[in-house]
Each structure stands twice: as structure tokens, then as C-alpha cells.
Design a protein around this ligand. Structure first.
Ligand code: ADP
Ligand code: MG
Length: 322
């Protein structure tokens, strides 16, 4: 079965790049790396029922499997270039594969990413994508550069994808279309990796991470890597109108702080460079909201309008935790 599936995927994800010297079909792929650039590599797995609800449309699974990886490249300030796809499927279901490949191809085409190889095996549905990109040597954004005095920003809005998952539970479960949360479902199923924003932030942001496990968890990773503490102003969190129309204020804050799957960028910038940063993002059609500041110490705390610390929701999605 393996060869039919590979051909079906290859036919649908046929994005050509001049820098692919040898693509799908040999034991490994060969690509050209321009002088003065570094390779940026990341990989992420989606397991059915864990990273997407069972019954998610195959097109959405294809899109999301690449999107979560391009989001990691975006957080590094990298330009995406190539991808590998390790696919485990329960059977050789042509309709699933064709739809999956169509969703994957739609995002790959939008970012000019060539599929250069992969692996195909039989088993419970699981998708591992490896994304490869490039960055001018020494210019990648990392988690480690946040400095005391930096302001903390986040692109877009937070909590929408987690809100989409929440609406499938009581008291919302069973309500139908027209209840205003279709945009939330779009954020869950078709996240838009912030590639252009990541490129614009190169040379401006001191630290950057993508928000995949929830803001508190991911900003916490930045704080550990940078040896600093972050204060987040709960009232400053950017919320979509779909989210605020669906949930009360406390739930919106909880979803924005601890929900996952946002795929926005959270980054820190020296105070004096905020205007420059906003202008660079605006040129890419992107906006960022100032949500807090970096201070001395460790950890992340959440402050109310008076500057008093509020209890933070249990942060983030952690595998292997109880
Ligand atoms: P091998 O036994 O050498 O690993 P495979 O039969 O697994 O070879 O793969 C043959 C070719 O097809 C390789 O170039 C591999 O990268 C590619 N390939 C396999 N599965 C996929 C997939 N799901 N998506 C893209 N390319 C794939
Ligand atoms: Mg193989």
C-alpha cells in the first residue's frame, strides 16, 4: 500500500523550489543552503484524539500538521523552505489521504514549502511533520534574550482555539451554527502560522516563542531560558469578539492565559523600540498587543488592574502530567 499513498501525496503536494536538488523518491532528499544562512529545523507530532478531536476533517488535519511546525519556524524568525511528512494511517483510505494532502498542500503553497520526503506506515492515525527553514546566520530569534525592562507582546488574539474545544462541552454542547463561534472553530482547525510577523521581528525582538501550550506555559519557558520574571496584565489580554460573545470575562481570561493551540507569537522588545516594532508588524498586516513586562526574578505572574497578583489558572497542556 505504501507506494500508492506516497504517489497520491506527492501528486497533490507538488510545490517546486529551485533549491531542492533531489526530492521525494530517493533514500533521502538533497537541498541547497545559500551561503551565510543557517538551517532551522523543527518537528511536531499530531496524534488523533490527543492533538485534534476524532472526527476532525482530514483537510484540517493536513493543514494543522504543517501549521504547528511553521509556527515554530516563525518563532525563530525563519523563512520556511522544506518539509518531511511521516504519516501513520490505519488503512490505505484514498479519500482520507487525498483530503489530508489537499489541506497540507494549501498551507504549503501559501508559504512556498516543498515536501521533500517522509515515511508512510500503518497504525493508529498519527502525523509527524519536520519543517526546515533558513535564517541569516546568527539572526534567529530565541527564547533566551528577554531582558529586565522589556515589554511583553503577543500577536493576534488568545484563547480562541481553546474556546472552540470548550464549546463542545456543557453548557454550550449541542448548540448549533449561528451561535457565533464558527470563527473559534476556524482558529482551532486552521491556525495561521505567524511567519511574516516572525521575519519582521528579527533584529527587533529580544526573545520570541510561539504560543502552543498556553500563554503562561510558553511565556514561562521564555522566562526560564532568559533568567527573568514576567508580569502579565490580565485586562490587557487581546480577546476576539467571538470569544467575548461566547464566554464570561473570567472564562475568557482563563482560556487566554492557559488554553492552548493559539499559534500566536509572544515576544519581548526593549521599551524604546515599541513604535519601530509596531511599524514593522503593520507592514506585514499584523498587530501585537502589549500584555506585560519583564522584571527581575523568575516565573510568570498575572496582575489585575490595580496591579495586585491574581490566582493564575493551571497553566498549559503538559503531556505525561496528571
Ligand atoms: P525507504 O524504505 O528508503 O525509507 P520509503 O518507501 O519509505 O523508502 O520512501 C520512498 C520515498 O518516498 C522516499 O524518498 C521518502 O522520503 C518518500 N516518502 C515516503 N513516505 C512519504 C510521505 N508520507 N510523504 C512524502 N514523502 C514520502
Ligand atoms: Mg521509509
Amino acid at each position: 500500500m505504501e507506494f500508492d499513498l506516497i504517489d497520491a501525496i506527492r501528486a497533490r503536494v507538488n510545490i517546486a523550489r529551485d533549491d531542492v536538488a533531489l526530492g521525494i523518491g530517493d533514500d533521502a532528499a538533497l537541498t541547497d543552503l545559500a551561503p551565510g544562512r543557517q538551517l532551522v529545523a523543527c518537528t511536531d507530532t499530531l496524534v488523533a484524539g490527543v492533538h485534534f478531536p476524532d472526527g476532525t476533517a482530514p483537510e484540517d488535519v493536513g493543514w494543522k500538521s504543517l501549521a504547528v511546525n511553521l509556527s515554530d519556524l516563525a518563532a525563530m524568525g525563519a523563512t520556511p523552505a522544506w518539509a518531511l511528512l511521516a504519516l501513520t494511517v490505519p488503512d490505505a483510505d484514498a479519500r482520507f489521504i487525498e483530503s489530508f494532502a489537499a489541506g497540507f498542500a494549501a498551507l504549503a503553497r501559501a508559504h512556498d514549502v516543498a515536501l521533500i520526503g517522509g515515511d508512510t506506515t500503518q497504525g493508529p492515525l498519527s502525523i509527524t511533520v519536520t519543517a526546515l527553514g533558513t535564517v541569516p546566520a546568527g539572526e534567529a530569534l530565541t527564547r533566551a534574550g528577554a531582558r529586565v525592562g522589556d515589554a511583553v507582546f503577543v500577536t493576534g488574539t488568545l484563547g480562541d482555539a481553546a474556546g472552540a474545544l470548550r464549546v463542545s462541552l456543557p453548557p454550550h454542547a449541542g448548540k448549533g451554527a449561528g451561535d457565533g463561534w464558527e470563527p473559534l472553530l476556524g482558529r482551532l482547525n486552521r491556525p495561521e502560522p505567524r511567519v511574516a510577523a516572525g521575519l519582521a521581528l528579527r533584529g527587533i525582538a529580544n526573545a520570541c516563542i510561539d504560543v502552543s501550550d498556553g500563554l503562561l506555559a510558553d511565556l514561562g519557558h521564555t522566562c526560564v531560558a532568559s533568567g527573568v520574571r514576567a508580569e502579565v496584565d490580565v485586562d490587557a489580554l487581546p480577546l476576539s469578539s467571538s470569544l467575548t460573545a461566547t464566554f464570561d470575562t473570567a472564562t475568557c481570561s482563563e482560556l487566554a492565559l492557559a488554553g492552548g493551540d493559539d499559534y500566536e507569537l509572544c515576544f519581548t522588545v526593549a521599551d524604546a523600540r515599541e513604535a519601530e516594532m509596531q511599524a514593522a508588524l503593520a507592514r506585514q498586516g499584523c498587530e501585537a498587543t502589549r500584555i506585560g513586562r519583564i522584571v527581575a526574578g523568575s516565573g510568570v505572574c498575572v496582575l489585575d488592574a490595580r496591579g495586585d497578583e491574581v490566582a493564575a489558572p493551571r497553566s498549559g497542556w503538559e503531556h505525561f502530567s496528571q
